[in-house]
Design a protein around this ligand. Structure first.
Ligand code: MTE
Ligand code: MO
Length: 209
């Protein structure tokens, strides 16, 4: 799509921003430096996953009126949002990235999730899982990201979807998400949580319970 530059406020002629093409990561956003998505270390439990997008479905199940099995395109048809956030791994590295995706709460609405349900369990293609309070996910506009720094999330880093668990340790940022289960199971423990990592996973607290 071609856009014609408009005139900015007097004395500040505005230049049209070039539209980044897929495959070209941006390294700066509104004055903030960004890290490459490939700077996110790859230490996942079973290595990079190759999800076949033709057969991929994102399931939204559990305490819902209508269990969903959404195609990639159906998820992307929801409204898009973006935010710049830093992911911090317990191993001591971190990356600042522009995340773009859909609101998990929009997926919950689409499935008619029980508004009283307390827990969301995220499942991934590699058998990984983690859980988060439903109130945290709704109140913080938590995203399910499909683009990072303007490019499609690479297969090696979580394609098609990665959970953007703002203010939580990296192990809450589920990659290769295949399912969201709406639940009341507060005793559920995800992969690293079952090895003793904090179930709240709050960045401000130690990850050791
Ligand atoms: N599906 C899946 N998601 C995952 C992981 C994983 O092993 N599998 N690792 C978590 C951890 S510990 C971190 S820090 C981030 C970043 O990727 P990493 O696993 O390669 O460290 O992804 C998180 N999400
Ligand atoms: Mo991590």
């Amino acid at each position: 799509m071609l856009t014609i530059a408009g005139c900015g406020p007097a004395g500040t002629p505005s230049e049209p921003e070039p539209t980044p093409l897929d495959g070209v990561e941006i390294d700066e956003y509104q004055g903030q430096g960004l890290d490459s998505v490939l700077d996110m270390r790859e230490n996942s439990i079973r290595g990079p996953q190759n999800v076949d997008i033709a057969t991929y479905r994102l399931s939204v199940t559990g305490l819902v009126d209508t269990p969903l099995g959404l195609t990639y395109d159906e998820v992307l048809a929801l409204p898009h949002y973006s935010k710049v956030l830093r992911l911090n791994c317990v191993e001591g590295w971190d990356v600042n990235i522009l995340w773009e995706g859909v609101l998990v709460s929009d997926l919950l609405t689409a499935a008619g999730a029980d508004p009283e349900a307390t827990v969301l369990i995220f499942q991934a293609a590699d058998g990984y899982s983690t859980s988060l309070p439903a109130s945290y996910v709704r109140d913080n506009d938590i995203l399910l990201a499909y683009r990072t720094n303007g490019v499609t999330l690479p297969a090696s880093r979580g394609y098609p979807f990665m959970l953007v668990a703002e203010d939580k340790w990296g192990y809450k940022w589920c990659k290769w998400v295949t399912g969201i289960e709406v639940s009341n199971d507060t005793s559920y423990r995800g992969y690293w949580e079952s090895f003793g990592y904090s179930n709240t996973g709050d960045l401000e607290d130690s990850f050791r319970e």
